[in-house]
Design a protein around this ligand. Structure first.
Ligand code: ATP
Length: 368
């Protein structure tokens, strides 16, 4: 197995800068997702790594070998695409064998290997079926087995689950991760689905407008977003534009209310900041007493299964809070409530010119 290094990778299409100088080191055996909204450059990056496209500038290394100019079929890379790209006139086992046939491996060996891989993806029983006799999820399993058959140094997956229904998607992403871990194969996974990226990756690279906004473990990306864009795109986030009022005591001023945010300590008085609060840390209570908080009115309730999501109008902004169904039942639409959050739970980002624009773009694409 080998790691991957992207060095100042840039790709322009006429006036469009699809990738704007990406630097990234992926360790051998690591599972990294490229996450971002439509048009951020994920597929472009993957195509450059696969060799289907050439960078305007920059280099791609696999291990310590510079493969920037190497033809795709000489790169030792397995790929799985969004569309089920199986050969319709071949059975599952013949599809999986295909890469081995091209590599002129003997008939007996390649059949044995193909059957092993079909077992690995749970389809040993479907070796003689044609693609049209398989469900979408099964077809993607065959595509995965086919990509793995050549024992690639690197596995690239481009939104492989997006055509499948929600339940199969969850099941298959777990299987992909299990197989990847077992084989220890370096993997890059492109998705616009933050839950998918967070659930299966060692690290997630969040892309926006051709650049990496942040790279980190799922916990880092979710718990400590480095930019307003990441905060907005990954998970649901309350964003409170505030002013640091009392840095010694960590107090910020939000629309005339004073809130305590530990991260505001030591900031500049008068600094414009974005306070970030996850919905699961917001506490909502009936009545209007409020320590470190605000008062407002419940304007909607949405049952999401494990939690109920409340929207609360407090001051000029609508807040999002996730509560247990039981607690939410006591706070019907129209209820007057107080709303607060632990001072240690909020993150803080400096609000500079342009940050708000980035946020709007992210909000348009964010998946709740
Ligand atoms: P999606 O999730 O919608 O597939 P993406 O993040 O994969 O989006 P890319 O397909 O990498 O985005 O595209 C990045 C930018 O480059 C977009 O603005 C796109 O329109 C542009 N682009 C990509 N390929 C080409 C091309 N062959 N010619 C011109 N522009 C292109």
């Amino acid at each position: 197995m080998a790691g991957v290094r992207l060095q100042s990778l840039r790709r322009r299409f006429g006036d469009v800068v699809a990738l704007d100088g990406i630097d990234l080191d992926i360790a051998s055996g690591e599972f990294v997702s490229f996450l971002g909204p439509s048009g951020c450059g994920k597929t472009t990056a993957l195509r450059l790594i696969a060799g289907f496209d050439r960078p305007t500038s920059g280099r791609v290394f696999v291990g310590d070998k510079d493969i920037t100019g190497v033809a795709p079929n000489k790169r030792d890379i397995g790929m799985v695409f969004q569309a089920y790209s199986l050969f319709p006139n071949m059975t599952s086992v013949r599809n999986v064998e295909f890469g081995l046939r091209v590599r002129r491996q003997g008939r007996g060996d390649r059949r044995t290997r193909a059957l092993e891989l079909l077992e690995l993806v749970g389809l040993g029983h479907a070796a003689d079926r044609y693609p049209h006799q398989l469900s979408g999820g099964m077809q993607q399993r065959v595509a995965l087995a086919r990509a793995l058959a050549i024992e690639p140094r690197l596995l690239l997956l481009d939104e492989p689950l997006s055509a499948l229904d929600a339940k199969v998607r969850v099941q298959l992403r777990e299987e992909i991760r299990r197989i990847q871990t077992r084989l220890g194969i370096t993997t890059i996974y492109v998705t616009h689905d933050q839950e998918e990226a967070l659930s299966i990756s060692d690290r997630v690279a969040v892309l926006s407008q051709g650049q990496i906004e942040q790279i980190g473990t799922p916990a880092e990306i979710y718990g400590a977003p480095a930019t307003p864009f990441v905060a907005e795109f990954v998970g649901t986030m309350n964003r409170i534009e505030s002013t640091v009022a009392d840095p010694d005591n960590g107090r910020v001023d939000y629309e005339g209310s004073s809130l305590t945010v530990d991260a505001a300590r030591g900031r500049q008085r008068g600094e414009r900041v974005l306070v970030l609060v996850r919905p699961e840390t917001v506490q909502v209570e009936a009545a209007a007493s409020s320590e470190n908080g605000l008062t407002g009115e419940v304007v909607s309730q949405t049952f999401l299964g494990s939690v109920t999501r409340l929207r609360v109008l407090a001051g000029p902004a609508e807040w999002t809070a996730d509560l247990s169904a039981e607690r939410a039942a006591a706070l019907p639409i129209g209820a007057q409530v107080s709303l607060h959050f632990p001072p240690s739970s909020a993150k803080l980002l400096t609000l500079e010119g342009g940050a708000a624009e980035g946020l709007e773009a992210a909000a348009a694409d964010s998946v709740e």
